[in-house]
Design a binder for this molecule. Sequence first.
Ligand SMILES: Cc1cc2nc3c(=O)[nH]c(=O)nc-3n(C[C@H](O)[C@H](O)[C@H](O)COP(=O)(O)OP(=O)(O)OC[C@H]3O[C@@H](n4cnc5c(N)ncnc54)[C@H](O)[C@@H]3O)c2cc1C
Ligand SMILES: NC(=O)c1ccc[n+]([C@@H]2O[C@H](COP(=O)([O-])OP(=O)(O)OC[C@H]3O[C@@H](n4cnc5c(N)ncnc54)[C@H](O)[C@@H]3O)[C@@H](O)[C@H]2O)c1
Length: 460
Amino acid sequence: MSEFDYDLFIVGAGSAGVRAGRLAATSGARVAIAEERRVGGTCVLRGCVPKKLLVIGSHFAEDFADAPAYGWTVPTPSFDWPRLIAAKNRELDRLHGIYRRLLSDAGVTVLEGRAKLAGPGRIGLGSRTISAERIIVATGGWPVLPDIPGIGHAITSNEALDLPALPKRLAIVGGGYIAVEFAGLFNALGVEVTLFTRGDLPLRGFDEDVRLTLAEEMAKKGIAIRSRTRVSAIERGGDGTLRLDLVDQDGSAGRAFEADCVLYATGRHPNSRGIGLEETGVAVDELGAIRVDEFSQTSVPGIFALGDVTNRMALTPVALAEARCLIEGLYHGRPRAMDYSLVPSAVFSQPAVATVGLGEAAARQRWGEVDIYVTWFRSLRHTLTGRDEQVMMKLVVKRDDQRVVGCHMVGAEAPEIVQGLAVALTAGATKKDFDATIGIHPTVAEEWVTLREKRPETSL
Ligand SMILES: Cc1cc2nc3c(=O)[nH]c(=O)nc-3n(C[C@H](O)[C@H](O)[C@H](O)COP(=O)(O)OP(=O)(O)OC[C@H]3O[C@@H](n4cnc5c(N)ncnc54)[C@H](O)[C@@H]3O)c2cc1C
Ligand SMILES: NC(=O)c1ccc[n+]([C@@H]2O[C@H](COP(=O)([O-])OP(=O)(O)OC[C@H]3O[C@@H](n4cnc5c(N)ncnc54)[C@H](O)[C@@H]3O)[C@@H](O)[C@H]2O)c1
């Protein structure tokens, strides 16, 4: 009989916690998981899934607009936002149920409430103290907003996914994943969207051609991008209008902007406050991210951390993979460090972005000489619609051994296409392998295997 209540206690039933709990329980461990909100976490309830459903819903606007070019007569379409939100929420309820069932079928005990570490091997939950041989902290992250006057008038992605009605004018502050994704979906639904970014272009850290192309394509679709502009204060007028005070990058203040709703997408911080980390001696960094080694071990033996709370790479498939690596090490004797080098990712902006491997600048820094193949073109679909939408594809090839080290795409189907390319890069594909691959015609994707002309160095 074990001296512990459980072999493994997990704090947080999001992507990382649920995956770790199920894998550990099916390996024979006695597992409990605590959740203070709803099982499923950010991805299922406040992130990837609801966001993608709204993005899918918003795409119909362009489809209706384009249909006459293909012979259709479309009566003026009308859109009902509350109906979409209700449908989305029904799906989230269904998924929540599935996640709960997956846990109970695997034999995981689900405990409701906010858990707090009470020392190595001990967890507080309400008035109870529970003991466990091992603990995993998988508490995720939460939106962070700057401390400016009137910030209480702003919403975050959490509320944006459940707005009671569509605003007429929406200001979005930030230039990362969430900012461009929400800008795209609300713009497509007819909201006047203005994006305020601190830098010149959105998506800092992405390949420069991706950033430029996306900014141009977003602008063509009607999104106003106010770059190098900060919001210094927000005020609500008597008629409910929000007034944003703006400061240019050069420091000149005094301009104002009016909107009906302001969404802050200025990043997320790890959920690590008030959960007993300091008291237990679990080290965190300056942002509050739990420090872990390559095996997700924290500074305290027996306590591990996974997912967004470690701020390694805030993506669901990464959280899932970290969980698998950890559980295989703990319960199957196969410790494995997670490999972050070729993690593909997509931004569900309009048009979408998808990428795997290094951008051009990062590849030059890492590998020295690289060959660049890049193309912009209009897809067959838009030859009839006349829509001026450019698809961009870019290959970054390491010059010495011709290995493809980066694929970057801006275009409607980019996320679906780049997933397959990630397999090729993981397998170590060279430019010759791409060239030897037969295309599928007529597709957008076939361009990946017909890129022949290197970009001349002089154009850099
Ligand atoms: C708007 C948005 C869109 C996104 N879109 C994508 C996407 O398209 N693709 C993608 O890969 N990633 C996306 N992400 C990121 C992805 O959602 C996260 O990387 C992922 O959910 C992280 O999982 P996690 O398990 O680390 O944390 P979470 O899923 O946040 O789970 C943590 C859980 O812990 C619970 N919790 C916290 N503290 C306690 C406590 N003390 N006691 C009990 N429970 C606690 C929380 O309630 C939560 O349920 C998106 C994120 C957002 C916000
Ligand atoms: N499709 C996806 O995979 C997806 C979608 C959404 C979120 N995510 C994950 O969630 C994370 C969080 O998303 P996010 O978009 O909130 O964060 P982010 O880190 O991607 O972007 C935050 C942006 O806000 C800007 N910013 C920060 N402080 C600011 C301020 N005071 N004023 C103006 N701008 C400011 C930053 O410069 C940056 O452009 C992402 O990094 C990503 O890992 C992934």
